[in-house]
Design a protein around this ligand. Sequence first.
Ligand code: ATP
Ligand code: MG
Ligand code: MG
Length: 386
Amino acid sequence: MDKQVVGILGGGQLGRMFIEAANRMNVTVRVLDPTSQSPAKQLSSFAKHIDEPFTSSTAIQELATGCDVLTVEIEHVNCDELEKIEQQGLALVRPSSSTIRMIQDKFLQKEYLARHDLPLPEYTRCDTLDEAKRAGKAFGFPFVLKSRLGAYDGRGNYVVKSEADVETGFKLLGGKMQYAEKFVPFVKELAVMVVRRPGGEVATYPVVETIQRDNICELVYAPAQIDGQVRKVAMKVATDAVSCLPDGSVGIFGVEMFLHEDGHTVLVNEIAPRPHNSGHYTIEACNTSQYENHLRAVLDMPLGDTNLKVPAAAMINVLGGTDGYSSVLEPCLASLEVPGATVHLYGKTEAKAGRKMGHITVVADCFLQLRRRVDLIAGRLANASD
Ligand code: ATP
Ligand code: MG
Ligand code: MG
């Protein structure tokens, strides 16, 4: 396995943690990212990286020429070029260009999942303002307008509060390529990582609870504190969502879900075709991390055990604040004194407000102990951003 070279489109923190796992197994990873000292590139000086946009045709060709397998840490990539690589047989593309193309368009993704009978919030296509207005009438208010392409951290979403608000939202999202979703009155957001090998074998990680603030994941608890029946349903929904994807859907996938306020209905929000923020905890808390299992899957190696190896774990995102880098370092330093805490810093120098700068994983013997440890760290985070 250590003769193979993997190329990754995107060189942020997900690529960085992927390389951390690959380095341990002596697999070379080459990174395509416009930033020469990107978080991922910093972890391997021996590999030949490319400093170009991960949408550039020539750069993708160059990367494929030197690699056995191409993969992604972001879904907003140039799928036409990846498809050419597949047709030319220059490198394997995992997950395949057609899977990424379908998932990167959140409306096509919804259509695909609906065709495969996955439970979803009600949704409808909105190419025009009139269609968006009709969606408001059908779904009631609030409802959510979503950009089909390029969405992340909620930046392509607009919660429409009233009929008068429809036009503002529709225009704010660019006036085209949108869809509308009924607002889901959820009590919890859940997520599950699922890894899939060529041939279709899947392995499913535990159900976790994710807590978003301003559409950005702030906190993850593993395992989610839900009853056994909901856990079973969420595991099945996530496993089905990844199993129903087309052939060539190889690698790790993050399945985001809503637990409805009725207490038992689980709906799929979206799938990410890559390592996911809600799976960072697997590095310290599971027998095989999401990153190592992604590597194993794309290289068609046996998948590793996805079970928790600790009773409870949490992940706290460290975001840039108004005080620059000191608001990042202060809680990290403080958490060094918290038993069970592990600090991850991504090597980003500019701590812009809201930017993901690092995360802290905490493991514990029970949920009560975990909550105490999380509160200690969250308190320091809150102070740092005051
Ligand atoms: P990501 O960074 O996860 O890719 P995104 O930009 O694709 O995010 P979504 O996952 O669609 O955005 O939505 C972001 C958050 O907005 C969700 O985690 C949830 O908290 C809220 N949200 C999205 N859709 C709905 C809905 N239909 N009803 C209620 N809340 C919603
Ligand atoms: Mg998304
Ligand atoms: Mg999301």
